[in-house]
Design a protein around this ligand. Structure first.
Ligand code: ZN
Length: 419
């Protein structure tokens, strides 16, 4: 029996070797290449990819394309580095049970939610324990097509602070288990999650519990315990701020990323922004989220307009002070994957197309420690690439109009209208 299996295995290897599979070399040709957010575009440019990495970038005429390379003609399009969505949740079906669903079901959702919008890397910032890591393994094994996944795994809620909008049960997991009572328990769980493969941690600095309490701030010592463990491991800590108290927890605990702006905190004064930027904090605006949420609650238009105005002021002040802005949408919590509205609101908050491209590419790659492999189009970097139909310099909505997405040199999304 063992001998038979061995023969089958060897025949399999031979057959695999005979299949054209996908060419080891691929050239994306004739594009307008914007290699980094501050680079001058290369017109009629080509990027050559070998074994998943970028090996040449330049004018098409100047690049020797091997005769057997696969060609992806991007004429008329703009080629940029693969996007990061730095605020998503792998907790909506079917992605809440990564081990239970067939690969094609998961692939289809990951494509429509992320690859189709140019995201080659996503940061899951709270989902059922072990779920994101299980999904990442299935993607690495080739069973599922999807983006590169980073995760904080299970979040940290204050004691009795499970947010009112988080269901009691998520993907077979009791969400109350994410509550943490004291610094010792918090530190122990933080260590365990990082040991098990989490790429960062997430605190609810201000948890919306409703009722008379409204927003419950996290105990500062609990927050500090989590931050200390994460920083000792070289990892970032996200905080859900909600209001001024939650924002204070984020700042005073030494946490890193504000996972949202905070309409309830009011406009941010200059001194506060200076402090946050000075502390090397990053901000994920999630501007469109508030609009979606408030419309769901039938919040009167003038109040909605004022809240959106506040969040835009926060982004504008933070960006103007040189703060690190990371693009993120809260996709998976909200069932809205189209990035157009977020792009429009960020632009209204004063971010030009280059600054928005930075929030999608170089800023998250650098902030999360992946700048050597991701975020730019340069020799030696991962071939995570996006071809846009249009030119973002003519309007930032071009970032939502994706023609091709490549991850690690593989074409993982092609628009129906592509070519
Ligand atoms: Zn979220």
């Amino acid at each position: 029996m063992r001998e038979v299996l061995r023969v089958v295995f060897l025949v399999g290897l031979v057959l695999a070797g005979m299949q054209p599979a996908h060419a080891a070399e691929l050239a994306v040709t004739n594009a307008r290449i914007v290699a980094t957010p501050d680079a001058e575009p290369i017109e009629h440019g080509t990027v050559l990819v070998r074994d998943g990495r970028i090996v040449a970038v330049g004018k098409t005429a100047a690049i020797a394309i091997p005769a057997d390379a696969e060609i992806l003609d991007a004429a008329g399009g703009t080629l940029v580095a693969g996007f990061w969505n730095s605020h998503v949740h792998l907790m909506a079906p079917p992605l809440d049970r990564a081990s239970a669903h067939p690969g094609d079901v998961l692939s289809e959702r990951l494509s429509s939610a992320y690859l189709r919008w140019g995201f080659t890397t996503i940061f899951d910032i709270a989902s059922p324990p072990g779920n994101a890591i299980a999904l990442r393994k299935r993607i690495a094994a080739g069973e599922v097509e999807g983006p590169h996944i980073l995760t904080v795994d299970m979040p940290f809620f204050p004691k009795d602070g499970k947010p009112v909008y988080v269901p009691d049960e998520l993907g077979g997991w009791n969400a109350r288990l994410a509550e943490v009572a004291n610094p010792e328990d918090a530190a122990a769980r933080a260590r365990r999650q990082l040991d098990q493969g989490a790429d960062g941690l997430k605190l609810f600095g201000g948890a919306i519990v409703g009722g008379e309490v409204g927003v419950l701030p996290m105990d500062l010592d609990v927050a500090r315990a989590v931050v200390e463990v994460a920083h000792a491991a070289g990892r970032r800590v996200f905080v859900h701020p909600t209001n001024a108290d939650g924002l204070a927890v984020a700042i005073d605990s030494g946490a890193d990323v504000l996972a949202h702006t905070a309409p309830q905190a009011g406009p941010w004064p200059e001194a506060l922004v200076r402090r946050m930027v000075g502390d090397d904090m990053a901000l994920v605006p999630t501007l469109a989220l508030f609009e979606v949420e408030m419309r769901k609650e039938n919040v009167p238009e003038p109040i909605l307009a004022q809240a959106i105005g506040t969040t835009k002021q926060q982004v504008a002040a933070f960006a103007a002070a040189g703060g690190t802005v990371l693009f993120g949408t809260d996709a998976g919590y909200v069932d809205a994957y189209d990035t157009s509205e977020e792009l429009r609101l960020m632009h209204e908050a004063g971010m030009d197309w280059r600054r928005i491209l930075e929030s999608l590419t170089t800023a998250p790659a650098a902030y999360f420690g992946h700048a050597q492999r991701k975020g730019r189009i340069a020799d030696g970097l991962d071939a995570d690439l996006v071809v846009l139909h249009g030119d973002p310099a003519n309007g930032v909505d071009a970032f939502a109009d994706v023609r091709y997405t490549l991850r690690g040199g593989r074409l993982v999304y092609r628009a129906a209208t592509g070519n």
